[in-house]
Design a binder for this molecule. Structure first.
Ligand code: 0CJ
Ligand code: F3S
Length: 319
């Protein structure tokens, strides 16, 4: 029998599902239970292929746009990332039974943007172009109202209507450190700019990044369990690299691990993005356990007791 090399595993906590993701997935499950299949979902309910495939196998049908949904009395669920205002309007025009699974912390940003606009302030949005959350937030205000700010370099050349009447909101899944620097740069250039107390980054994003910062400098490698299209998961990999971890990888499933890279490590940290289910963390741990003699320790940097009730349409219908 060959002796397996020893591997110390630091399991980050908190990791994985946040309250908004649990709520969004539960909404699809509950809609399937109450209304039967098919239940339509606009965009991946959360950015994780395993979650999407599992729901598909139960009768969920994923579409990117409402025009792919036939005329139906079955529900159509909007993903956790939020939608532009035009989408519920389009759904109502077509008499579609819409259920909004937008995370309440994204909705909070939508309302902030709306309030700034109502008070006559031009809104800057710190975020990444093309991400569905950013598309949704931009779509809360009339076309052309929001200016997207993607990098700190963008700030010097920003052309605004009135620098004394400005506000900002942010995407919820950004790098805490990058966003702090960007807010500082915005405040330096526009001292009167109005924004949230700190930024709009959510508790789950903040806590998962904090846990990674603690362990990344003391391990040989770090794995983030998550999808490559998941913004918050991508940020965790970035945070690990910036905190001095030489080998950080974003991995969806055990079959995606590049084993040759991990051959000579003696310590490994594992975390998971807010949309990655714990079963995939376990799958990857099991795959490591086949190759290494594991000693596992959990490193906890915060307690999360956050819970969001189901979307209103499902609360009423629950029997
Ligand atoms: O945008 C959100 C409300 C986060 C949803 C959960 O994570 P995920 O991976 O689906 O989405 P991000 O790409 O925004 O991190
Ligand atoms: Fe919401 Fe943050 Fe999760 S915005 S869906 S709690 S990653």
């Amino acid at each position: 029998m060959t002796v397996k090399p020893k591997l110390n595993v630091l399991l980050c906590a908190p990791r994985g599902f946040c309250a908004g993701v649990v709520r969004a997935i539960d909404a699809v499950e509950e809609a399937l239970r109450i209304y039967g299949a098919p239940v339509y979902v606009r965009h991946e309910i959360v950015h994780n292929k395993y979650v999407v495939e599992t729901l598909k196998s139960k009768g969920a049908v994923f579409v990117e746009e409402l025009d792919e949904v036939p005329d139906t009395s079955q529900p159509v669920i909007f993903s956790a990332h939020g939608v532009p205002k035009s989408i519920p309007v389009e759904a109502a025009t077509r008499n579609i039974f819409a259920i909004d699974a937008t995370c309440p912390l994204v909705t909070k940003v939508h309302r902030e943007a709306e309030l700034h606009h109502k008070r006559g302030r031009q809104v800057l949005l710190v975020g990444h172009a093309g991400h569905p959350e950013v598309v949704g937030t931009i779509g809360q205000l009339p076309a052309g109202s929001i200016i997207l700010v993607q990098t700190i370099e963008d700030i010097a050349s920003l052309q605004v209507e009135d620098e004394h009447n400005l506000s900002y909101v942010t995407q919820t899944t950004l790098s805490v450190d990058d966003t702090r620097s960007m807010v500082e740069a915005l405040t330096q250039r526009f001292p009167d700019i109005v924004g949230p107390h700190r930024e709009d980054i959510c508790y789950a994003t903040t806590n998962r990044q904090e846990a990674v910062k603690q362990v990344a400098p003391i391990v040989d490698a770090l794995i983030v369990v998550g999808s490559s299209n998941s913004s918050n998961s991508q940020r965790l990999k970035e945070v690990a690299e910036r905190s001095g971890c030489k080998l950080a990888r974003l991995v969806l499933r055990a079959e995606d691990v590049e084993w040759e890279l991990f051959a000579n490590i003696s310590s490994l940290a594992i975390t998971a993005g807010a949309s990655a289910p714990e079963i995939l963390v376990e799958e990857i741990m099991d795959a490591f356990a086949e190759r290494f003699d594991l000693h596992v320790e959990e490193v906890s940097t915060a307690n999360e007791g956050v819970f969001f009730p189901l979307p209103r349409e499902l609360r009423r219908a629950t029997v």
